[in-house]
Design a protein around this ligand. Structure first.
Ligand code: MF3
Ligand code: CO
Ligand code: CO
Length: 269
C-alpha cells in the first residue's frame, strides 16, 4: 500500500514553474550573499524576491515557522531561523528556499561559502554537493528508494563524513511535505519502487563529525550534537522512465558556492 501520488503532466508543469522560481531566487541569493550581512538580511531578500516573482514564501507561518527562508550556519543542520547572526569569513551557510506558485511548491537549497572556507568546511560542503548528485543519479522508474540512500551513505561515509538520519527528503506537490519519505541512508534493492511521475526532494545533510542532532529551545533550529560542521544541498525532481528531471535545476553557475572544480565529479578529472 502506497499513498505516493503520480503527478499528471499538467501537475509536473506546475511544479516545474514553482521549482524554477525557487531556483532563480536561490541563484540571486548567491549573487548577494557576503560577510557582514545578517541571516535576517537573507530573509528580507528571499521574502522580497519571492513576492517580486509572484510567489509566496512557503516557510512563513508553516507549522509556526516565523520567517520566509531557513538559514543554517556552520553547526546548524537545518531549519535555522533568520535573525541577528552576522555572516563571518569562513562560515558556511545553507539557504533553503521554498516558493509556492499557483498552489504548487518548489523547494531547493544550497550551501554557500562566506569568504575562504577552512579545509573541513570545504570538504563537508563538497561531499554534500556530490552526495546529492549521486542520489539523483540513482533515480529512474524501477529503482528503489533504498538505492538513493545507499549511494549517498556509501559515498559520504567513505569520505569520512556522516549522514543525518533525523531529517529526510519528501514528496512534493500541492503540499510542502507528502509521501514518500526519502531517507539519505539505506540499503540497495530495498524500499519502495519508483514510478514515472513521482515527485520528491533529495536533500542530504552531511556532517563532518557524528550524525546526531539536537533541536534548540526555539523548537526549529537543528544543530549537530557534537557541534561539528554540517552542509546540505536540495533539489526537487520528477521520476521518468529513463532517469529523472531535476525540477529545481539551475540555469547558471551558483555564485559563492560552485567555487572550485569539484574534487569528486568525473567531469573535473
Ligand atoms: N525547506 C525545508 C525542506 O526542505 C522545510 C522547511 S520547513 C520550515 O523540507 F518551516 F522550516 F520552513
Ligand atoms: Co525539502
Ligand atoms: Co527545502
Amino acid at each position: 500500500m502506497s499513498n505516493v501520488t503520480i503527478k499528471t503532466l499538467k501537475e509536473v508543469e506546475a511544479l516545474r514553474v514553482a521549482s524554477q522560481m525557487a531556483a532563480e531566487t536561490l541563484l540571486c541569493v548567491g549573487e548577494m550573499i557576503r560577510a557582514g550581512l545578517t541571516t535576517d538580511d537573507l530573509n528580507t531578500f528571499v521574502h522580497e524576491d519571492t513576492l517580486k516573482r509572484g510567489g509566496i514564501p512557503a516557510p512563513l507561518n508553516y507549522h509556526g515557522f516565523p520567517k520566509s527562508v531557513c538559514t543554517s550556519v556552520n553547526e546548524v543542520v537545518c531549519h535555522g531561523i533568520p535573525g541577528s547572526r552576522v555572516l563571518e569569513p569562513g562560515d558556511i551557510v545553507n539557504v533553503d528556499v521554498t516558493t509556492i506558485y499557483n498552489g504548487f511548491f518548489g523547494d531547493t537549497s544550497a550551501t554557500f561559502y562566506i569568504g575562504t572556507p577552512s579545509p573541513e568546511a570545504r570538504h563537508v560542503t563538497e561531499v554534500s554537493r556530490r552526495s546529492l548528485e549521486l542520489g539523483i543519479a540513482q533515480v529512474r522508474e524501477g529503482a528503489r528508494l533504498g538505492d538513493i540512500g545507499a549511494a549517498i551513505q556509501e559515498f559520504a561515509e567513505g569520505e569520512g563524513c556522516s549522514v543525518v538520519r533525523a531529517f529526510v527528503g519528501h514528496g512534493i506537490g500541492r503540499k510542502f511535505h507528502e509521501p514518500p519519505q526519502v531517507s539519505h541512508v539505506g540499503k540497495r534493492n530495498d524500499g519502495m519502487r519508483l514510478k514515472a511521475g513521482m515527485c520528491f526532494t533529495i536533500e542530504p545533510m552531511i556532517n563532518i563529525g557524528g550524525p546526531d542532532v539536537e533541536v534548540l529551545a526555539d523548537k526549529w533550529t537543528a544543530i549537530t550534537a557534537d557541534r561539528s560542521l554540517s552542509a546540505q544541498f536540495e533539489h526537487a525532481l520528477v521520476v521518468t522512465r529513463s532517469g529523472c528531471e531535476v525540477l529545481t535545476r539551475r540555469t547558471r553557475r551558483l555564485a559563492h558556492s560552485e567555487l572550485f572544480p569539484s574534487p569528486f565529479s568525473l567531469a573535473a578529472s
